[in-house]
Design a protein around this ligand. Structure first.
Ligand code: ADP
Length: 194
């Protein structure tokens, strides 16, 4: 029988990693076979772990691209495959995840669904459209405390945010990093780069 696709989506600081870790911990207690995959580009965490902003971590297998991810996931018949920071893998991740789900696995895809200029960040919107379940999380606006559906880049020291601005969907190391380069913002206080 086919498996299922569960999505955990939101901006930075919304607790996506914490929620993924919670579900993985529960699955391990339940005795299901679990594979946790992270992108090796994610310098925030130890290479063999996923780490939340509060520093909690769980073991993960780092993979550098979609092909290595597919290879790792096909190596065994896992009941649960959890993918951290799925936006790093780009749209080619979609067919690989669908194949795993159709093959009987439960796949949890966790990642950013918005770019720092406030647009949709593929492949998460695509996964959200076809998932059995979607958990859409918000962070806390650093100005007013309301629900933040966005995150925005703050300028590196000595440069304006504009000068240090990569393209919003660039997948590179400048997209990673926590509180030092991005802040969570509600709709009212979000000021996207021009
Ligand atoms: P994500 O994976 O969505 O980036 P994490 O699970 O890594 O989020 O971290 C969420 C944690 O970050 C929260 O539980 C909280 O302790 C901390 N945090 C720091 N800044 C904020 C913020 N602006 N809004 C919400 N949580 C924040």
């Amino acid at each position: 029988p086919a498996g299922r696709l569960d999505v955990i989506a939101g901006p930075m600081f919304s607790g996506k990693s914490e929620e993924l870790m919670r579900r993985v911990r529960r699955a391990k207690i339940a005795g299901v076979t679990v594979l946790v995959l992270s992108h090796s580009l994610d310098t925030r965490s130890d290479l063999s772990a996923i780490t939340s902003h509060i520093g909690v971590n769980i073991p993960a297998v780092p993979v550098g691209d979609v092909d290595s991810l597919a290879e790792a996931a096909r190596a065994e018949d896992y009941d649960l495959v959890a993918i951290d920071e799925a936006q790093f893998f780009g749209p080619d991740l979609v067919p690989v995840v669908m194949e795993l789900v159709e093959g009987g696995a439960t796949v949890i895809v966790e990642g950013l669904c918005v770019t720092f200029d406030g647009g949709p960040f593929e492949p998460m919107p695509t996964f959200m459209a076809v998932a059995e379940d979607v958990l859409k999380l918000t962070a806390v606006c650093t100005i007013c405390g309301r629900d933040a559906v966005f995150h925005q880049r703050v300028g590196a020291p000595g440069r304006t945010a504009e000068e240090s601005e990569p393209r919003a969907t660039d997948i590179d190391a400048s997209h990673i990093g926590g509180s030092e380069s991005y802040v969570a913002r509600c709709r009212e206080h979000f000021a996207p780069p021009r």
